[in-house]
Design a protein around this ligand. Sequence first.
Ligand SMILES: Nc1ncnc2c1ncn2[C@@H]1O[C@H](COP(=O)(O)OP(=O)(O)OP(=O)(O)O)[C@@H](O)[C@H]1O
Length: 344
Amino acid sequence: MIQFDAVHKRFANGTTAVHDLSLRVPEGGVTVLVGSSGCGKTTTLRMINRMVEPTSGTIRVGGKDVTEQDAAELRRSIGYVIQQAGLFPHRTVLDNVATVPLLLGWSRRRARSRAAELLETVGLAPDAARRYPHQLSGGQQQRVGVARALAADPPVLLMDEPFGAVDPVVRTQLQDELLRLQKELSKTIVFVTHDVDEAVRLGDQIAIFRTGGHLVQCAPPAELLARPADDFVAGFLGAERGLKLLSLRTLADVPQAPAPQGGTWTLVLDEAGRPLHWATRDTEVPLRPLRDGDSLLAALDESVASPTGLTARVDADGVLTGVTSRDDILRHAGRAHTEARVSA
Ligand SMILES: Nc1ncnc2c1ncn2[C@@H]1O[C@H](COP(=O)(O)OP(=O)(O)OP(=O)(O)O)[C@@H](O)[C@H]1O
């Protein structure tokens, strides 16, 4: 757990970057810091590993005051990922990842074998290990950055706009990858982003900052979206708060019915029972079958695109389990919104 108590940071030029910050970052979860440019997110992050020293207040990591620890040692025990990955250009990918274990005194062999294992964990092909950073795409470099930060298996990871410089498709893949890794590793992650959708997707809790380094609200995404503390938070979250909330709810509890027979549109299946498309006698419309774990937002999107207003649902093997109507999805969405408002 990371605990900020009454932390203040004023730079030598008189700028107050962080104002009286008290914040609890729970162990094993992702805390996302968001807010407009210059509101103190990076400064907050960098005070955790003492790249920036607070003017007053205390920061504890695992119960220990960071100022009472050797700064270099502290930094080695905390993973740090930045935008553009910040890799060493003249070292191979493998050596980049092995850097911290070597600094910690591991043998070259052990450090390299750990690095190779981690490259696989973050989804890079083995031949990437021998290349230099400039020979990789931006998304691949970010994966190396994550592998490097994980190399010494630190309990805490600091991530500063790690996916800010890649295109939206790669960004979504990197977010998926981080969620998958986090399920396995349960690190305590502090993640800085400008992107509200990224924050909602990744955060167990989201801390929203306002210019001048003021923390305005810190809450789980569903609570934040259902009950923003003030107009600033509501404005920052954007006009589509309701839809964002739907991205957090799954289809699991929404009822399904057997696929309709004999109407204008038929749901065509392959021989294993997997849905292929909707069809009339002379038209075919593609479909995207959804699973219980998919979001209500994806289900609504699919039902709007479907010529029948129905979403085809499948099990883990892709075999049809039933269909759900747009009305059922909307009814469930309305109930989920009411519950979120009441319980927040
Ligand atoms: N070394 C420094 N000296 C003086 N002022 C600084 C220094 N570092 C940051 N600042 C100022 O402190 C404030 C907070 O900066 P910080 O980088 O923490 O914001 P941020 O929310 O991370 O911004 P961005 O999203 O643009 O990265 C800004 O006004 C910035 O100009």
